[in-house]
Each structure stands twice: as structure tokens, then as C-alpha cells.
Ligand binder design. Structure first.
Ligand SMILES: Cc1ncc(COP(=O)(O)O)c(C=O)c1O
Length: 421
């Protein structure tokens, strides 16, 4: 065991509530460090940006600190490659409109059926506006892995843009994003990666991936509601932004429309300081495999490797528990030997129960889960579940204990038993 889970749980005030949070892919609980940062911002630094007075300077410094921390977390070259925004969806619509100005009639845009709709609809609408064709890359319904052959076929069309998910928020599959990015680049496409679901679970390195854009959302990794987008500087610089005239003409400001949610940028910094703490406290055994990085960047990588190692245990335990429930059909990767290819987001159906009813029954027993399509509507459609209430999703993160996972299994077994008898 790499992590001391009790010590970790003490970092989350909301975890004192006597319930089992398995709703994490919809939004995680917030760390104390994030809350402290937000509190401090609103009391000591609360001002608009660019003013000739102290609180405004303090606010601007804080935003730059948050930007640099995000750049270190994602291993971006420079802090002005980081754009803050209200959430991933808004950032993606914003960038998609700027990119679409450069698309031409007949160009191909590639999306995948495994993605959250926030990385599909912005591109469908951009394609519609510009008269582009859309190629939908399929996935294998048996294990919910992306159909790489189909992806390769799509590359034959020399697409302008490939929109790709890092990990599926519906079924947990991690895509081979580095390899797919290389294929897309060879075909001349730009690559836009949705890392919202992956970010709380493992290390991200935009330089190593060589992607053009990557986006995540701090509320999915223990911070407040704040979107974070990485874009390659030369691209951000070149693209024409939809902005008001007095706004900055250079990145990142040109893409940050209106007054920012500075207190949430402070909170997003707090979430990264939490990861820094994890790296220092529990990451020492990952020092060697992170020696490509220095300073805080290395500490972040150690933290995410430590988290990932513990989450493998969670996945193994969950697989065992869910495998023991009568009438349960699990979607996605179920082979213990393939855990490298998934995050601990497990979705299933249970015979005799609509997912919504099951989520209600679990709620009555103090267990929070999600049901439906989670906006990954292409996934539930492809699996033939969209008309039947979709899926029941249990999404663990590293603050969940193995005892909680076993308890979840016990409760499900009782519910399944009841539905048979
Ligand atoms: C994989 C994935 N992408 C995108 C989003 C949308 O993120 P946001 O709520 O920040 O717009 C979500 C939210 O559930 C998600 O899970």
C-alpha cells in the first residue's frame, strides 16, 4: 500500500459525512488546501485584474501562480499555454470556434463514440458551420476499447482535427492517446484531448503526448469548478480568438473571456498543492521512474504514480466484488491483467433494476452513484442502453478505502438477492 488513506481522508472535510462517495467521475470532494486557498483569496486578494493597487497585484500574482502550477502539473513548456475558463465544455466551445475559422468545406473532423459529448458536440457544430465531414471512430462494445483500425482508417482522410478522450467517463477505458496522437499528426491533424476523466487518476505530460490541446476540470481532481486548458503556444498565438477589443491580444488572456473566476483559480492551485503534498508524503518509491522531471514537476508525477498504484488495488477489489453479484453485467475492461488500460470507473446494469431505481436504492443505503449516460450519450447508444435508463456508474478515487469497496459489494449482493426472491 503506497498511500495512508486515513491521512488522505483527513485532507477532505466533506469525507466526515457518513456516506460512501462513488459519484466521483461526476465531481470529487474538495481538499482542505483548495478551500483554504479560496477563503484566503476572497478575504485578502479579492480584486479585478490589472489594477494599480495592492489587492489587484496580489490577485494577478495568485493567478500566475495557479497558471504555473497547472503548467507544471501537465508538464507544459510555459505558463501562458494554460487557459482558465468556467469548465471544460465552455473552453472547448471557445477553442472549437477559433479553430473552425480555419476549417474549409469538405475537411474531415474526427470524433469518437467513446467520448463525453463535450468533446463531440462542439466539433459537430463547428463541422456544420464550416461544411466539414465528420468521421465517428467506433469502439468495441465487448470491452469498450477504441477501435484502432477504424481510427487508422479515419487518418486516411487526412483530417484537420482529431478530438480524443484520454479516459472514458462512462466505462473507464484509457485510450492509447500518445500513439493515436502520433498517427493523427502523421496524417496532418491537430489533436484535442479531453483529459477530464483521466486527470485525477494518473500522470499527464503534454510534451510527451505531443498533443496540441488538452483540457481538464479542477472539480474532477479535488478542486473547485474551474476548467483548465493547455494549448501549444504557437497555436494559441496564431488562432484568432473571439474576444472583446480591450482584452489582451496575446495568450492566455485572449482566450479568457470576461472576468475570471479568480477564487476558483486559487482553489485549483490548492488542489495541485494537495497533489504536491501526496508526492512528498507518499511518492518516494516512484522517484526513479520520474527522473525525467525536476522539482515540482517530478513531485507531481510521483504523486500521480502513487495514486495510480493504489487505484489498481481499488480496481482489483471492485472487479472481484462486482463479479460476485448475481445478474450484474459489467461494461468495459474486466480483465485484471488489463488494469493499465482503465481507471476505476465501473459501470454496469443489474437484472431487474432500472439504473435510476438502483441509484435511488443505493442512496437510501448511504452510497452515492450516478445513473444514465453521464453525457457520454454515444457510449450508451452504442451499447444499446440509451432507451433503458443507461448505466449505473460507480467511480472510485484514491480517497475511497478498500473496505468501502467491499461494503459496496455486500450491499449490491443483498439488493440482487432481494430482486431474485
Ligand atoms: C470525460 C469528460 N469530459 C468532459 C466533461 C465536461 O466537463 P465540464 O463539466 O468541466 O464541462 C466531463 C464531465 O463530466 C467528463 O467527464
Amino acid at each position: 500500500m503506497t498511500l495512508n488513506i486515513q491521512k488522505i481522508r483527513n485532507e477532505f472535510p466533506a469525507l466526515s459525512r457518513p456516506v460512501l462517495f462513488l459519484d466521483n467521475p461526476g465531481g470529487t470532494q474538495i481538499t482542505r488546501r483548495s478551500l483554504d486557498r479560496i477563503h484566503d483569496y476572497l478575504i485578502n486578494k479579492n480584486a479585478n485584474h490589472g489594477g494599480a493597487f495592492e489587492t489587484s497585484r496580489l490577485s494577478d500574482n495568485l493567478v500566475e501562480e495557479a497558471r504555473q502550477a497547472a503548467a507544471d502539473f501537465l508538464n507544459a513548456e510555459r505558463s501562458d499555454e494554460i487557459i482558465f475558463g468556467p469548465n471544460m465544455t465552455s473552453l472547448t466551445f471557445n477553442i472549437s470556434r477559433a479553430l473552425a475559422r480555419e476549417f474549409n468545406r469538405g475537411d474531415t473532423i474526427v470524433v469518437t463514440r467513446l467520448d463525453h459529448d463535450a468533446n463531440i458536440s462542439p466539433w459537430l457544430l463547428a463541422a456544420e458551420d464550416r461544411g466539414c465531414r465528420v468521421w465517428w471512430v467506433d469502439f468495441h462494445p465487448e470491452d469498450c476499447t477504441l477501435d484502432v483500425e477504424d481510427f487508422k482508417n479515419a487518418m486516411e482522410e487526412n483530417p484537420r482535427l482529431v478530438a480524443l478522450g484520454y479516459a472514458s467517463n462512462a466505462v473507464g477505458t484509457i485510450n492509447p492517446v500518445k500513439e493515436l496522437t502520433a498517427l493523427a499528426h502523421r496524417a496532418g491533424a491537430l489533436v484535442y484531448i479531453d483529459a477530464v476523466q483521466y486527470a485525477p487518476h494518473g500522470p499527464i505530460d503534454v510534451k510527451d503526448l505531443d498533443c496540441d490541446f488538452l483540457v481538464c476540470s479542477a472539480y474532477k481532481y479535488f478542486g473547485p469548478h474551474e476548467g483548465v486548458l493547455y494549448g501549444r503556444y504557437d497555436l494559441l498565438d496564431r488562432l484568432r480568438a473571439y474576444r472583446v477589443r480591450p482584452a489582451p491580444a496575446l495568450p492566455p488572456g485572449k482566450f479568457e473571456t470576461g472576468t475570471g473566476n479568480f477564487e476558483h483559480m486559487a482553489g485549483a492551485l490548492g488542489a495541485l498543492e494537495y497533489f504536491e503534498w501526496i508526492g512528498k508524503e507518499f511518492g518516494s518509491e516512484f522517484r526513479e521512474i520520474t527522473d525525467d522531471y525536476i522539482g515540482r514537476r517530478r513531485v507531481f508525477k510521483q504523486a500521480m504514480h502513487a495514486i495510480r498504484a493504489y487505484e489498481f488495488e481499488i480496481s482489483r477489489t471492485l472487479l472481484q466484488e462486482l463479479g460476485d453479484v448475481n445478474g450484474l453485467t459489467l461494461y468495459g475492461i474486466t480483465d485484471n491483467r488489463q488494469l493499465e488500460q482503465r481507471v476505476p470507473t465501473f459501470s454496469f446494469t443489474l437484472q431487474g433494476w432500472f439504473p435510476g431505481e438502483l441509484a435511488g436504492e443505493l442512496d437510501r443505503q448511504g452510497i452515492y452513484t450516478w445513473n444514465g449516460n453521464f453525457y457520454a450519450v454515444a457510449v450508451t447508444e452504442r451499447l444499446g442502453l440509451e432507451g433503458n435508463g443507461g448505466l449505473l456508474r460507480s467511480g472510485a478515487v484514491h480517497y475511497n478505502t478498500l473496505d468501502e469497496i467491499r461494503h459496496f459489494g455486500d450491499v449490491l449482493r443483498k439488493i440482487a438477492h432481494k430482486s431474485v426472491h
